[in-house]
Design a protein around this ligand. Structure first.
Ligand SMILES: NC(=O)c1ccc[n+]([C@@H]2O[C@H](COP(=O)([O-])OP(=O)(O)OC[C@H]3O[C@@H](n4cnc5c(N)ncnc54)[C@H](OP(=O)(O)O)[C@@H]3O)[C@@H](O)[C@H]2O)c1
Length: 234
């Protein structure tokens, strides 16, 4: 009997934090992972690739550079990934500042990374995903407009709400094309971005998040979901 081919994911932003943890879990689930990093520095993904050379590949990508997205698309043409997941994201350095207090430079940096860069990566790399595959992006519960009753984290919230809006437009343009689309709200997790006060570790959360993403296969259309698979209000 022919061997079943392992599933594959193109994971954008896999050098550390949630992205690196996702790479570990996908490998443990038997998937082949192509993870992207921005530079040659040592990181957890490189260690994973050393330990699992048959399962892990590494590519370079900074999502704020459209030329790099196009070049990656050309390098990986014909790959037929089962999933594309754009995890890359950033936050403004002072999360307590209000929108009007934020410098223009910082506003632009966060918005260009979290909204424009992520959507350019989705648009530029979606052709690498199989017709029955999954395209996911890392949003945040803070991107929910309906749930914003406490305020705070204003620039970051706005960038993730913008991302959600752009994914809705993407979904509308791609209605009926068969793929599952997911905006993931992972919960507040201890990473460099999440900070040491976050209630959850990557070990507690990322296996469930990965299994929820895998379960999206075959579920056409866009969902804004948490790591348990529950719907998050827009
Ligand atoms: N941690 C949380 O509590 C939490 C909650 C909700 C949502 N999120 C979202 O989850 C994602 C990952 O967050 P994290 O907590 O793991 O943050 P993190 O530890 O700061 O890691 C951020 C990751 O994104 C990559 N990245 C940043 N800018 C990039 C760019 N321009 N091009 C390509 N890669 C880029 C980083 O690469 P480098 O190593 O090269 O910098 C790194 O791999 C983000 O989208 C974040 O908004 C996190």
């Amino acid at each position: 009997m022919p061997q079943q081919q392992s599933k594959s994911i193109l994971l954008v932003g896999a050098s550390r934090g949630l992205g690196e943890a996702m790479a570990h879990v996908f490998v443990a689930r038997g998937w082949r992972v192509v993870g992207t990093v921005r530079n040659d520095s040592p990181n957890g993904l490189r260690e994973l690739a050393r330990d699992h050379p048959d399962q892990v590949g590494i590519e370079r990508l900074d999502i704020i550079d459209p030329d790099q997205i196009a070049a990656l698309g050309r390098r990986l043409a014909g790959s037929g990934f089962d999933m594309l997941f754009v995890n890359a994201g950033t936050a403004n350095h002072d999360q307590s500042e209000t929108i009007a207090d934020t410098s223009t430079e910082e506003f632009v940096r966060v918005m260009v990374t979290n909204a424009l860069g992520v959507m350019r990566a989705v648009e530029g790399l979606q052709g690498l995903v199989r017709a029955d595959g999954v395209i996911g992006v890392m949003s945040s519960g803070q991107g929910s407009i309906a749930n914003n009753e406490k305020g705070g984290h204003e620039v970051y919230r706005g960038s993730k709400a913008a991302l959600n809006q752009y994914m809705r437009s993407y979904a509308a343009r791609h209605a009926g094309d068969g793929r599952a689309l997911a905006l993931m709200a992972p919960g507040w997790i201890r990473t460099e971005l999440g900070g040491p006060e976050a209630p959850f570790s990557v070990e507690e959360t990322i296996p469930e998040l990965v299994d929820t993403l895998i379960a999206q296969q075959g579920r056409e259309g866009l969902r804004f979901i948490d790591r348990h698979g529950a719907t998050v209000p827009w």
